[in-house]
Design a protein around this ligand. Structure first.
Ligand SMILES: Cc1cc2nc3c(=O)[nH]c(=O)nc-3n(C[C@H](O)[C@H](O)[C@H](O)COP(=O)(O)OP(=O)(O)OC[C@H]3O[C@@H](n4cnc5c(N)ncnc54)[C@H](O)[C@@H]3O)c2cc1C
Ligand code: SF4
Ligand code: SF4
Ligand code: SF4
Length: 383
């Protein structure tokens, strides 16, 4: 279907008050639960503080209010959680572009059932690692990170609010020039509006207390129509000016990401003759495999004895380890950055996998998480 644009907002003042924009996402999740269209919804709630985003599967709509709002220091990934734990349930999920891309790749591999899932997308300008955020607030904002009670990204700044109500903002560009700010993967991430979802929500092009929504599928359209009819939401049409503003912002962000890619995937990409230097740091902890949403095999080759030529009790040598993983899934890498985030040896794992996907893309035209067809090399059965 061709895209349809709407401004939506909750018909519930408390919900609007707590939400990131107009509370459209939370209202839709509430509708899904109240009307028993799903068994539960997978989303995020704030834990102890703003650095603590906790994935939650909610089955009772009374609890949905705890999940409102945007957490920028929560670089979570829902794709693997669904394929591992929620495969046989009917669910609604909130999906950043990297979540949406991983979900799509997993659908192609029969690990997620299209008919069991509603995807409510979020535009995404990026996330910040919690530890980086804490250091950054201390160094550049000169505040105690424990005193920060709220954070938001607005007009190119990361703005924080302290316990005493004061606000401070610094331009993201300035922070990133100093090696802080968004994760490397987010800085080079080029899918900003995930149109591979049923509908996608954002603040670009929205008015105060409204959410800008692009409807992408018939399923998404029916869902919004039903939630409107049942009184969970109200709607109005965005002006051409707002639609244009959103598109302009999207294009600026894509251009910035491509510029960053040039730097990190072309200029600073580790030369193949330096690969040993990186991989020799690998301690074979399996962290990158376990965090990767696309490493879904039930029986992993990396645990098979014939690859462990030194000692059957330890993991394969680093080059065999990553060689096998690269050959199994790098063409499907969605640049989510989870592998780099968890690597205890600070190996830029995701940079290498993303680079391999981009080489594969150049040769075959296959864009992981975006192309509708299945990947040309590897299309396994469900098991
Ligand atoms: C990290 C991040 C970056 C964003 N960047 C942009 C941007 O650059 N441009 C833009 O137009 N919009 C961006 N958004 C979307 C925007 O902030 C709002 O989430 C969106 O407009 C929906 O508003 P709402 O009031 O309808 O959502 P709400 O009703 O407040 O619901 C928000 C939902 O998002 C979930 N959520 C919060 N944080 C995360 C997270 N880290 N990962 C996954 N789910 C999460 C919540 O649990 C909740 O279900 C971003 C959102 C996030 C989370
Ligand atoms: S990788 Fe992309 S979609 Fe994922 S959190 Fe970063 S910017 Fe958002
Ligand atoms: S290889 Fe790394 S960046 Fe690529 S999909 Fe897996 S976890 Fe994400
Ligand atoms: S997370 Fe790092 S150290 Fe652990 S197996 Fe992966 S590359 Fe090696």
């Amino acid at each position: 279907m061709s895209s349809e644009y709407l401004l939506l907002r909750a018909k519930n003042d408390e919900l609007i008050e707590n939400s990131a924009c107009g509370g459209a996402v939370t209202s839709i999740l509430k509708y899904l639960l109240d009307e028993e269209e799903v068994d539960g919804v997978l989303t995020l709630k704030k834990g102890d503080d703003i650095y603590d985003g906790v994935p939650v599967f909610i089955e009772d709509s009374e609890e949905i209010m705890n999940t409102c709002g945007s957490l920028h220091c929560a670089p979570t990934m829902f794709g693997g959680l669904i394929s591992k734990y929620l495969k046989n349930q009917k669910i609604g999920v909130v999906a950043k572009p990297c979540d949406a891309m991983a979900i799509d790749e997993l659908k192609k591999r029969n690990q997620i059932d299209e008919d069991n899932i509603y995807t409510i997308g979020l535009n995404c300008g990026g996330t910040v690692m919690p530890a980086t955020a804490q250091k950054m607030f201390e160094l550049f904002y000169e505040v105690n990170p424990d005193d920060v009670v709220k954070e938001e990204i607005d007009k190119g700044q990361i703005i924080i609010e302290l316990k005493d109500g004061t606000e401070k903002g610094i331009k993201i560009d300035d922070l990133e020039e100093e090696g802080y700010g968004r994760r490397e993967n987010c800085q080079k991430c080029e899918l900003k509006i995930p149109r591979n979802t049923d509908l996608v929500c954002g603040n670009w092009g929205s008015e105060d207390d409204w959410t800008f929504v692009e409807i992408n599928t018939e399923k998404g359209k029916t869902l919004v129509d039903k939630a409107l009819k049942k009184g969970y939401l109200e709607s109005k049409n965005p002006s051409e000016d707002l639609i244009g503003r959103r598109s302009k912002l999207e294009n600026i962000m894509i251009k910035l990401a491509k510029k960053f890619q040039k730097n990190y995937l072309e200029n600073n990409y580790p030369e193949t003759d330096k690969w040993d230097e990186y991989w020799n740091r690998c301690i074979g902890c399996y962290g990158c495999r376990d965090a990767c949403p696309l490493c879904w095999c039930k029986e992993c080759d990396l645990e098979k004895e014939f690859y462990k030529d030194v000692n059957p009790d330890i993991s394969p040598d680093p080059l065999t380890f990553q060689g096998i993983r690269l050959s199994h899934m790098s063409f499907s890498c969605v640049n989510c950055g989870q592998c780099s985030d968890v690597c205890p040896m600070e190996i830029p794992v995701a940079r290498m996998y993303d680079k391999m996907q981009k080489i594969y893309r150049e040769k075959n035209g296959y864009i992981a998480g975006v192309s509708e067809e299945k990947p040309p090399i590897f299309v396994p059965d469900e098991e």
